[in-house]
Structure formats: C-alpha cells, structure tokens
Design a protein around this ligand. Structure first.
Ligand SMILES: NC(=O)c1ccc[n+]([C@@H]2O[C@H](COP(=O)([O-])OP(=O)(O)OC[C@H]3O[C@@H](n4cnc5c(N)ncnc54)[C@H](O)[C@@H]3O)[C@@H](O)[C@H]2O)c1
Length: 346
C-alpha cells in the first residue's frame, strides 16, 4: 500500500493534536516526512515526536522534494497565503477552517488548485461526524415530513484571551467555531435558493476585540429556516445542540446522541372546520398523537471524524475518488461568514 508523504505546517493545538494525530492513526496510509513550525520549542518537540525533517521557514518547507501533501494548520490569518503558496509549489493541500472570511480568497485558492492540477481539500472535518451523517440521513428519509426549522445551538460560558480572541489574526467565534456549525447548517439546506441572512455579532466576555456571541438566521424561499447560535455568554447552556422541527416529526441531538419521533398523519381523525367564530364547548381541541420514538448513539468504535477525513482523502489522493468535502461546498461556509461580517460590522 502506497503511503502519502505529508508535511504539516503548524505544530499547535490543531497541527499536533488533530492532523499529526489523525495521520498517525492511519500509519499504513500516511507518512509525515516534514513539518514547519517557526517556534523553536515546538519545532524541537515535533522533531523528537515525529522523527521527520523540520523547517522554521515556510518557503524552505515547501521546497522539501518528498512532500506531496501539505496540511496548513497555521493561525487562520495565514491560511490563504500558505495554501496558495503550497498549491503553486505543486503540493496537494489540506487547509484548516476557516479557509478565509472572503469568498474571493476561496475562489483564488480553487483557481490555484485547478491551474496546478492539485487537490485542494478544505478541512471541514465535522462533515465526517457520524452524528451529522445520521441526522442528515434521518432528515433526507422524509420521516420528519417537511422540515420547517433547524436550530444549531452551541452554548458555553467563559472568557478567551488567546490569538483566537483577536480580529487581526482572524479570530472570533464566527471565524473559529462557526465554520463547523455553518457547514452542518448549510449542508442541511439545498445548495441553491434565494437566501436572506440576518446576523448579530457581539463581543461579550472575551478579553480580545473579536466576537464571542453569534446569532445567524438564514431563510430561503423553499428551505427550512436555519437558526445558528454559538455563544460564550450562555450561563444556562442549552443541552440540545441540534433541533429539527418537521410537519410529521422532530429531532433533537446532543454531541453524540440523537432522539427523533414521528407519526403517521393518516392516524389522526378527520376534522371539520367551524362555519362560525365560536369555540366548541369553550375547549381548545387537544388530540393525542401516537409518536414512534427512536434513538441512536454514535457507536463507541466509530472512527473519529478527523481520522475519517484523512481516510477519505487517501482514496482521493491515491485512487482518484472524488473529494468528499469539495472546495465549492466549503465556499458556502465562507459566503455566509462574509455576509455575517458585512452585516454585523465586526
Ligand atoms: N478543525 C478543527 O476542529 C480545528 C480545531 C482547532 C483549530 N483549528 C484551526 O487550526 C488553526 C490553528 O489553530 P491552533 O489552535 O492549532 O493554533 P496554535 O496557536 O495552537 O497553533 C498554530 C501554530 O502555527 C504556527 N505557525 C505560525 N506561523 C506559521 C507559519 N508561517 N508556518 C508554519 N507554522 C506557523 C505557530 O507557531 C503555532 O505553533 C486555526 O486556523 C484554527 O481555526 C481547527
């Protein structure tokens, strides 16, 4: 089995714990042969842990003749520059979220990939989350009826004071956490509709100058209303992370469990509407719904979604399988992010 020779840029929370770890879980498929990290201590750590060539300078790292895949896990403000430079250097590229906060940047990245005939794989790793895949399957089965509204509510409470709290590094909750929530939300909605967006961004507890409270509402003509709330200011955090309201059922989910219920509308008695505006026996007309209730939990042995990303990418890199997370699909996330920043002025 051929091993993909990989290079990782950035040995931080994501570079070390997500990318090196995930490729390390697939030792027969990936070999990390190079790493780039400007910080001396982290670079020494990487050299010791990975036993690979290490570079301080990104351009020298790109000249490493053995790497065919470069993962960009640098701070967010460097993604566009690093990804385009790597594509121009003839590497296939995995780029961390957020790709950017501007659609025009994503278009430049897509163009660079096409020009150099390289694969550009946006790291929307939660697209491989078994929980998301199961919710999508339930929704698409039609068992919930017409979906009227979808809520994605990720609550927490606390301050942040790392670079992710600063606008100059493209920090903030909209750029940082929301790409996952927005990606799920946009995947639940049809690709094409005449979408209208409302967004409110606030700076609440953060020590920096970027947003940490995000409310987004998306509504198309033919689509369910999508309501996303990702905040660090929810002292009473809501347990459900996802909620779907349908005409024949409903779904709720936390991080790894899904509950859904549905009924057959034909099981309800026929009703006649009144001819006069007078209530019958001053009652409200309650009726019992016979729900079928279902439950699903992410299996304990499920592959972690970041590992699943690299497992799927391997098939693209070595067997020409289509990319599972296409740049065009990740572009939808950036489109909404850009519109939100524009509206909220933050
Ligand atoms: N997909 C996910 O689930 C997920 C999770 C965490 C972080 N991220 C993303 O990963 C990126 C990195 O975040 P982090 O939390 O790992 O930050 P971090 O600060 O922990 O790590 C970033 C590393 O990049 C290094 N770096 C800076 N400039 C560089 C350059 N030019 N070349 C190579 N390395 C460089 C820094 O020295 C640092 O070690 C962010 O864009 C973030 O949004 C994604």
């Amino acid at each position: 089995m051929r091993k993909v020779k990989a290079g990782v840029a950035g040995y931080g929370r994501s570079g070390m714990h997500i990318h090196c770890h995930s490729m390390g879980m697939l030792p027969e498929k990936y070999d990390i042969v190079a790493l780039c990290e400007p910080d001396d201590e982290r670079r020494a750590e990487a050299e010791k842990n990975l036993k690979c060539r290490v570079y301080k300078d990104f351009n020298k790292f790109l000249k490493d003749g053995e790497t065919e895949l470069v993962t960009v896990a640098t701070p967010s403000y460097l993604h566009v520059k690093c990804a385009i430079a790597a594509l121009e250097a003839g590497k296939n590229v995995v780029c961390e979220k957020p790709l950017s906060d501007k659609v025009s940047d994503v278009d430049m990245m897509i163009k660079a990939a096409r020009k150099n005939k390289k694969i550009f794989a946006p790291f929307q790793n939660k697209r491989h989350d078994p929980l998301f895949l199961k919710m999508k399957e339930i929704m698409d089965s039609g068992v919930l009826g017409r979906i009227v509204e979808i809520k994605i509510t990720w609550h927490s409470f606390g301050r942040r004071w790392d670079w992710q709290s600063l606008r100059k590094y493209k920090g903030g909750t909209l750029n940082n956490t929301c790409p996952h929530a927005i990606d799920h939300g946009m995947q639940f909605l049809p690709e094409k509709d005449n979408y209208k967006v409302f967004c409110q961004l606030e700076k609440t507890l953060t020590c920096g100058d970027a947003d940490d409270h995000v409310k987004i509402i998306v509504k198309g003509k033919k689509s369910p209303l999508l309501d996303i709330e990702v905040t660090s200011a929810a002292g009473y955090g809501q347990e459900e992370k996802y909620l779907m309201m349908g005409t024949k059922g409903a779904l709720k989910a936390n991080w790894n469990e899904i509950w859904w219920k549905h009924f057959d509308p034909r099981s309800l008695p026929k009703r006649t509407l009144p001819k006069k505006a007078i209530s019958e026996k001053r009652a409200y007309g309650n009726e019992e719904i016979k729900w079928t209730e279902e439950y699903w939990k992410v299996p304990d042995n499920a592959m972690h979604f970041s590992v699943a990303f690299y497992d799927s990418l391997y098939k693209t890199l070595t067997k020409g399988a289509p990319l599972y997370v296409t740049p065009e699909s990740a572009r939808r996330v950036v489109w909404l992010t850009e519109e939100c920043h524009r509206q909220a002025g933050l």
